[in-house]
Design a protein around this ligand. Structure first.
Ligand code: ATP
Ligand code: ZN
Length: 299
């Protein structure tokens, strides 16, 4: 099915760990949507972008089949589907950019009591997972032969139930593993939410819409946590004050009218601007320190 060429359709998780952060990201980027009655389709009010709200597992397939143009989905789900579709007519999924939320890892875990040297210890074992393709790829690259027990859910109790000797599952804090008497032994994939699409250009006006969309998302991500510091300093103290701004992107230094020995500093800082840092800057000779939040940035 071909998509209309004048609007971008983005697939997102309807409800789950990725839905609120994804909605917030789009809101911060200035996109507003009107939901339909069943709230599965959201129409972009002032932009040529629409949302389709679905289960996260369906997102890569919707992109692969051209039903949606883009998706916001975990790298774990995207890569699993990409491996599954390898060699088929619908291959060619790609990660456009990481989105810095939904962080987790796909890891191997074994019972606490089991000694562990490396992944070769899994030779001949049964490993339960909801990610059979990623696990098979990992094992194949290391020449390990093991039985993959594919499960849709409740992977963490597969060992207790006697269905498997080890598991390969998503981990964030590790509390679920501990609660089930398991220990994390090796990371297979570091994951986070990503923007996904097909790896060929649309060849119509959606290419321009996508470029604008990415520029806005990048702008939001760049300013997340960024602060603008403005202050004044004597010329002789400039070097000491700048030393306390190692994360500043090309700070602007300008003269101050009527004060020959004073300079104005304006710096966009990308790491935390704490009170301790401001106090250190004051000690180094900075005055009139001001810290401002950054709302938008278009590079
Ligand atoms: P759906 O109903 O959409 O299928 P789900 O239960 O499969 O939902 P969630 O649990 O909401 O999905 O997880 C969605 C994504 O969040 C995962 O695919 C993963 O990328 C990310 N994630 C982050 N931390 C975790 C975690 N601790 N456990 C599982 N997923 C996590
Ligand atoms: Zn899911």
């Amino acid at each position: 099915m071909n998509r209309p060429a004048d609007r971008l359709r983005i697939a997102m998780q309807k409800s789950g760990r990725l839905s609120d952060p994804a909605r917030n990201l789009l809101k911060q980027a200035g996109f507003q949507f009107r939901s339909d009655k069943d709230q599965l389709f959201c129409y972009g009010e002032d932009c040529a972008i629409d949302l389709v709200l679905v289960r996260d597992d369906d997102i890569p397939q919707l992109i692969a089949e051209n039903v949606c143009d883009l998706g916001i989905v975990g790298r774990n789900v995207l890569q699993e589907k990409a491996l599954e579709l390898r060699g088929s007519a619908h291959c060619g999924l790609q990660e456009l950019m990481p989105l810095a939320f939904g962080g987790c890892r796909l890891s191997l875990a074994v019972p606490n009591s089991q000694l562990w040297q490396n992944a070769a210890d899994l030779e001949g074992q049964r490993i339960a997972t909801s990610y059979p393709e990623l696990l098979a790829d990992f094992l194949q690259q290391r020449g390990i032969r093991a039985d993959i027990v594919a499960l849709k859910g409740s992977v963490e109790i597969a060992v207790k139930l006697g269905k498997a000797d080890a598991i390969c599952d998503l981990v964030s804090s590790g509390a679920t593993l501990v609660a089930n008497g398991l220990k994390e032994t090796e990371i297979i994939l570091q994951s986070e939410a990503v923007l996904a699409c097909q790896n060929t250009p649309f060849g119509d006006s959606r290419d321009g819409l996508l470029a604008n969309f990415i520029a806005r998302i990048e702008g939001v991500m760049k300013v997340q946590g960024s602060k603008l510091i403005i202050c004044q300093t004597g010329k002789c103290d400039l070097a000491s004050v700048l030393k306390l701004l190692p994360d500043a992107v090309a700070p602007t230094i300008s003269p101050v009218w009527g004060m020959d020995d004073t300079l104005n500093i304006q710096a966009l800082c990308q790491s935390a601007v704490t009170w301790q840092r401001l106090e250190a800057m004051k000690l180094a000779g900075a005055r009139g320190l001001m810290v401002l939040p950054v709302e938008k940035l278009l590079a």
